[in-house]
Each structure stands twice: as structure tokens, then as C-alpha cells.
Ligand binder design. Sequence first.
Ligand SMILES: Cc1cc2nc3c(=O)[nH]c(=O)nc-3n(C[C@H](O)[C@H](O)[C@H](O)COP(=O)(O)O)c2cc1C
Length: 195
Amino acid sequence: MSEMMKLMEGRRTYRRFDQSGRVPEEVIGEILESARLSSSARNGQQLTFAVVEGREKVEEIFPMTHFAGALPKELGTPKDGEHPVLYILLLVEAGAKDPWIPVDAGIAAANMTMAAWVHGVGSCIMGAIDRKQIAEALAIPEKYEIHSAIAFGYPTHKSTIVPVGEDGSLKYYLDENKDYYVPKKEVSEISFRIR
Ligand SMILES: Cc1cc2nc3c(=O)[nH]c(=O)nc-3n(C[C@H](O)[C@H](O)[C@H](O)COP(=O)(O)O)c2cc1C
């Protein structure tokens, strides 16, 4: 397996984080650089990235970000002492209607989470967020709206890809150590060849 594929396998969603280490400035810089380098429809570069790094601000918006909808709250929501240490918000112009924005955001999020993971920084891409409350809490200028967020930190759990079980469920689950298992379909199920 190439180094790139190993990194891709390790770059999972992480939801519990070490509190002792901040994400170093150089790593934040590389995450933002990876966003800058991202492809975008028509090279439109419609995304702006708001880095929420102050501990107080991170803690203030934490309850406005919702983790692991597939799990009971007591299992999936990070407890005190497990919260992310950094958020980056993906912003777009308020009222923007371009249908490619979600694609651009997805590409940027994939690049950013990988740029972080190369340095051992785990992440959780987040759509289940209270956009209005976050915008208010952080005084995000009104010309923007929040598309999505990414939570970052050094993970304190493992996450492993597993085959889909016999019941066909794609729900991720935890073991007794609260390590994550994420069922993924086989390549043969998600692709076909045209010759
Ligand atoms: C667009 C998008 C939105 C997501 N939103 C959330 C979210 O709001 N909360 C959360 O805990 N995880 C969220 N996730 C993480 C997914 O649950 C996760 O990617 C999925 O369970 C597969 O795990 P994996 O990333 O390790 O492959 C989101 C992922 C994507 C791509």
C-alpha cells in the first residue's frame, strides 16, 4: 500500500481529542494552504475560511456543533476534556446560489483534513451545526453564511474501517474502549467496469 493510501485509511473522522496540545501554527498554515490549493468550479474560489483557535471561542461554539448523530449522545458527543481544540468554518457569500459550492466545500474539506492528518491532527467534518448561533457567537460578518465546519485536535481514540456486516448496516459503532469502527462497502460494490 502506498504511503498516500495508508494516510487516507488513517484519516478517519475523530471525535475525542487531547486537550494538552494546541494545533501548531505551521499545521494551521498548511491546512489553510491545502484549502487554497483546492480545485473549485470555474476556479471560482468562493470559500472563505474562519479559523476559530482561541480556547474560549472553541468552547463557546462547541455546544452548537453536533457529533455522531448515529450514536447515543453519551457515546458520540465528546465529554469535557475531549473537545476539539480548533474549528475551521467554511464560509460562503450570504445568499450564494451556485450549485457547485457543496462540491468545492467537499474538495476543500478533504484536502484540509488530509493536510492535518499528515501531522497526526484528527478531524471531524461537520454539517450538523447551528449556523445562526455560531455566526452570532463569533460575530461573523453578515456578508458570509456558514456552509460547514471542521473540528480538529489530536485524537485520543482509534478508528478502523471494517467490512459491512451481514445486516447491511452502514452505521459506525464503538467497542468497549470507545474506539470507532466504520463499515465501508467493498470496491466491487461501489464500482463497475466498462470495457
Ligand atoms: C459532509 C459531511 C458532514 C458531516 N457531518 C457530521 C456532523 O455534523 N457530525 C459528526 O459527528 N460527523 C459528521 N460527519 C462525519 C461522518 O459521520 C463520517 O465521515 C462517517 O461516519 C464516516 O466515517 P469516516 O469519516 O471515518 O469514514 C460528516 C461528514 C461529512 C462528509
